[in-house]
Design a protein around this ligand. Structure first.
Ligand SMILES: C[S@@+](CC[C@H](N)C(=O)[O-])C[C@H]1O[C@@H](n2cnc3c(N)ncnc32)[C@H](O)[C@@H]1O
Length: 212
């Protein structure tokens, strides 16, 4: 997985695309990831009421926003570059796979899965079950989704880097998934989570899933 996204953090200027075997090609929003928290992320962090983990923190704008609010929090990412960039913003970060042991399991109030991170590992059911393990009762997962109509897609993806002076470079494949807002109820129920809300912010879809 590290090989998948690490090259995306190497340079901000060039275009990088997430290409999946389902035929979808999405330009990675590197400018957004390296920038300050945008209004949608600030609104999401408004919903965080206690200790929080930003899963797959990338360069750390969500983790930095959590820290700026004075919340006990850290980002985790398998990419060393992501962890370095997150710490540089003043947020705590660990180089860790979300499926590996983490500090405070069962005691976290909020888990964030932003920017398509519900796709981490390629099995959203397993990822939500893992998030449920990390949460205390009453805690929530805040997950970004695709628009309704997508259902659940699971498969392989890779990052391509388009360069002006050389052929495109293609990263190693990794397992990825997409979840549409229409599919979140079934997935949440399978992970023992209750859907508190499905909502949009600036045209992006999110769900708030509570551990009862
Ligand atoms: C779509 S990017 C997220 C971008 C990030 N939310 C941001 O604001 O920049 C997905 C991130 O998840 C990380 N990742 C992938 N698999 C992971 C895993 N099993 N555990 C933790 N992080 C993972 C990747 O290294 C990558 O940085």
């Amino acid at each position: 997985m590290t090989a998948g996204f690490d090259p995306a953090y190497a340079g901000r200027g060039a275009a990088r695309w997430l290409v999946d075997s389902g035929g979808r090609r999405v330009r990675l929003p590197l400018r957004r990831w390296h920038g300050p928290a945008e209004p949608a992320v600030r609104a999401l962090v408004d919903l965080c009421t206690g200790p929080a983990v930003d899963v797959g923190c990338g360069p750390g704008r969500v983790a930095a926003e959590l820290a700026a609010r004075g919340l006990i929090s850290f980002g985790i990412d398998t990419s060393p570059a992501a962890v370095r960039l997150t710490r540089r913003r003043g947020a705590a970060a660990l180089r860790r796979d979300v499926f590996d042991p983490l500090p405070g399991e069962g005691r976290w109030t909020n888990i964030l899965l932003v920017d398509g991170n519900i796709g981490i590992g390629g099995d959203p059911s397993a990822l939500l079950r893992r998030c449920a393990q990390l949460l205390r009762r009453g805690g929530t997962v805040l997950a970004e989704l695709d628009a309704p109509g997508t259902g659940v897609w699971r498969g392989l993806a890779h990052v391509t880097h388009e360069r002006m002076t050389a052929p495109p470079a293609r990263g190693a494949p990794f397992r990825w998934a997409r979840v549409g807002a229409d599919a979140v109820h079934g997935l949440a129920a399978g992970a023992g989570l209750r859907v508190r809300a499905v909502f949009t912010l600036d045209g992006r879809w999110f769900a708030e899933l509570e551990k009862p």
